[in-house]
Write a protein that binds this ligand. Structure first.
Ligand SMILES: [Zn+2]
Length: 178
């Protein structure tokens, strides 16, 4: 199960609903009256917000929702076995910008480098990965987040962005992790 993108990026309330565009049905009208849906009007245009906060009336797009969820990440730990059967582990702390490889300190990232890393992490869609791939844990990823931590693991089976993910970690640790 991936992350649910239903928290208001402004006031952090989870009392949020989808915004429906186009001509609403009678059922949609009823839902809107009960606060289960927000009617966005008949005009449908690209880039329109698609979530609404019942508490602070903020509206946001799904892209903003994704950015918000990734902004809550405080650090990441990942472990896997490379092609030479060697286990590796990488830890990155977003607050201290420290990078550890197999439990030992490697270096401190520059802020701009960390920002790039975070952006690339978003591209790997790690928050949308399933919790489990296959039976067992040849590899695992733990993401520390404000609120709830997230874990992903698998054996013999990988998310489709796995190679990209390992590549990003290889660059950050300056180690070949394949
Ligand atoms: Zn809000």
């Amino acid at each position: 199960m991936g992350i649910r993108y239903n928290q208001c990026p402004k006031c952090r309330s989870r009392n949020t609903v989808d915004i429906l565009y186009g001509m609403p049905t009678a059922e949609a009208f009823q839902k809107a009256e009960k606060g289960l849906l927000k009617l966005g009007g008949c005009t449908i245009m690209p880039g329109q917000p698609n979530s609404f906060c019942n508490d602070c009336e903020n509206e946001w797009t799904s892209l903003e929702a994704v950015d918000f969820e990734y902004s809550k990440i405080r650090g990441i730990k990942a472990s896997a076995i490379n092609s030479s059967d060697q286990k590796w582990m990488v830890e990155i702390d977003f607050e201290t910008r420290e990078v550890k490889w197999n439990g030992t300190f490697q270096r401190v990232m520059e802020q701009t480098e960390l920002d790039t890393f975070k952006e690339r992490l978003k591209w790997t869609k790690v928050l949308d990965w399933k919790a489990k791939y296959g039976d067992g844990a040849d590899w695992w990823v733990e993401i520390s987040r404000e609120g709830r931590n997230v874990e992903r693991c698998g054996k013999g089976s990988y998310p489709s962005q796995w190679e990209e993910f390992v590549e990003v970690l290889s660059e950050v640790t300056m180690r070949g992790l394949y």
